[in-house]
Design a protein around this ligand. Structure first.
Ligand code: FAD
Ligand code: SF4
Length: 482
């Protein structure tokens, strides 16, 4: 008999946090992670796609849309950009077409507060002082100020940041608090085993409760435990359940459905030559998150805006290739394009993203090899959200003289998104969602899904802190129920 009380699949926010809390309470925990274990000394600052794909798994769908997920011990806490916001009150309120609230009443701002507190303390999350905001944030704030909109300083898990601009390849200076600095050592100090390079294929009822089958070095191995927590991230958790569906016939039909990229839509802008003291501004410098955000449109329109920094030439070129604006050259190659880039990069380029309360518009499915794909699920509500968002942002451009454009065509909205929510969403019944308020899979006692995929709806702010608070709560509920 395997000696584990709980097997956890995936070591990102959902997996590491539950592992730490359950191990701390005395449970025998095994954490299975498909990727390798890399310490700070293994991280690099590079644009080398081979290295980047070690750190970030790019799930490219059959429609050529790419989504980024974690791919190593610690999950996406290693490459993420550090923004950690609590859900505001309004994010608990959206309802579906029948008027059913996406967030069950038990999960409220007040009831989740202690779990948010615990994560913020563990991850050293703090509001950045103005003195540490990169210039890209300053340019963004100046642009919004010209339309009467304010900005707030962001809340991040960085300390003594050197503003080198390579957050998304992992911080080689150890300035970002990840799962490898916090919950994973806590889990290991309490006896949890972290097994890297183990790619879970299926979960089947049996053994002490469930049998988890995984590939290690191409060999299929099995482990059994009373409880299993699937925490393989927003795309791979539904994929694990879909691969296991013949063994778990009473799963909700919502597995894989409702995939929601948090209303994310990215914009790029070219500042006019007389905008400000542009010589002192280099768009590629600073943290990937430019340290600010704007709530200005949140109450009325349901979206927030977030400036980025560290805009590398390759990213800028990709954005321009997709963008459509009269100031841009007609094609993203050739002499006209080269001269344009020489003129505007790096002093006149800004980038930012919107995150919003918007419906999902994709579904996680499986390809013939059992790997995840994402299918379009056309959504008039999502289209209406994008219409409104684009018209407001383009209007900011008209008012400020900044040539603003979406950096991807509408059809590809959310392309390269790393906010992968809701494909195993929480709901009170299996008719509406995959897991209950405690993240336990409907109809399957002691089987849980606890990660980005359990978040029931878009948040309008970056999701890591909410995923973490739900993971703290899930562990607490498992311990309460016994
Ligand atoms: C570049 C980047 C920047 C980001 N910036 C921010 C930000 O600033 N703020 C914010 O809130 N969010 C940000 N995010 C998103 C945030 O990191 C994710 O929402 C969060 O990490 C999700 O946590 P998770 O536990 O659901 O999944 P993950 O962190 O993705 O962890 C899932 C883990 O499961 C493993 N896994 C997958 N399949 C299997 C399998 N079959 N068997 C075993 N293991 C498996 C993966 O390798 C991974 O380690 C960013 C993400 C990226 C990639
Ligand atoms: S910008 Fe700061 S947090 Fe990001 S990689 Fe550099 S030192 Fe680390």
């Amino acid at each position: 008999m395997d000696p584990f009380d709980v097997v956890i699949i995936g070591s990102g926010y959902g997996g590491s946090i539950t592992a730490a809390r359950l191990a701390e309470a005395g449970m025998a925990v095994l954490l299975l992670e498909r990727g390798p274990r890399m310490e700070t000394a293994d991280l690099r600052q590079t644009d080398d796609p081979k290295y980047i794909q070690q750190v970030i798994d790019l799930v490219v769908t059959s429609g050529n849309v790419a989504f980024r997920t974690g791919n190593m011990v610690g999950g996406a806490s290693i490459p993420m950009d550090g923004a950690h916001f609590r859900m505001p009150e309004k994010s608990y309120t959206p309802t579906d077409d029948s008027g059913r609230p996406y967030w069950p009443a038990e999960l409220s701002k007040a009831s989740l507060a202690p779990y948010f507190d615990a994560v913020e303390e563990m991850m050293s999350i703090r509001q950045f002082p103005w003195t540490e905001i990169p210039k890209a944030g300053g340019m963004f704030a100046m642009m919004l100020d010209r339309v009467g909109a304010s900005c707030d300083r962001a809340r991040l898990n960085y300390t003594d940041c050197l503003q080198c601009g390579f957050c998304s390849t992992g911080c080689i200076y150890d300035k970002k608090r990840t799962m490898l600095h916090t919950y994973i050592p806590l889990a290991e100090a309490n006896g949890a085993e972290v097994r890297a390079n183990c790619d879970v294929r299926t979960v089947t009822p049996g053994g002490q409760g469930y049998i988890v089958s995984y590939l290690r070095d191409g060999v299929l191995e099995e482990v059994s435990a009373v409880r299993v927590i699937v925490a393989a991230g927003g795309i791979h958790s539904p994929a694990v359940l879909l691969r296991s569906a013949s063994n778990l016939p009473d799963l909700s039909p919502h597995v894989g459905e409702n995939f929601n990229n948090n209303g994310e839509h990215a914009f790029v802008g070219i500042l006019p030559p007389d905008f400000a003291d542009l010589d002192a501004f280099h768009c590629y410098k600073g943290m990937d998150n430019a340290g600010l955000m704007s709530w200005h449109w949140f109450d009325d329109e349901g979206f927030t805006l977030h400036p980025g920094a560290g805009l590398e030439p390759t990213v800028f070129a990709a954005a321009l290739a997709a963008a459509d604006h009269p100031v841009l050259p007609s094609r993203a190659w050739g002499m006209e394009y080269k001269r344009f880039v020489e003129e505007v990069y790096p002093h006149r380029v800004i980038g930012f993203s919107a995150l919003g309360l918007a419906d999902g518009h994709r579904a996680v499915t499986l390809d013939n090899d059992g790997n995840p794909d994402l299918e379009d699920r056309p959504s008039p509500a999502h289209d209406a959200y994008l219409d409104r968002l684009e018209s407001i942002v383009l209007d900011i451009g008209d008012q400020t003289g900044v040539a603003l454009m979406p950096s991807v065509p509408r059809k590809l909205s959310g392309t390269t998104s790393a906010h992968l929510l809701s494909a195993c969403r929480i709901a009170e019944t299996p008719e509406d969602g995959v897991v209950d308020v405690d993240c336990q899979v409907h109809n399957y006692e002691n089987l849980y899904v606890c990660d980005a995929s359990s978040v029931p709806y878009s948040l309008g702010v970056n999701p890591a802190l909410t995923i973490s608070a739900l993971a703290e709560r899930t562990a607490a509920r498992i311990l309460e129920v016994g």
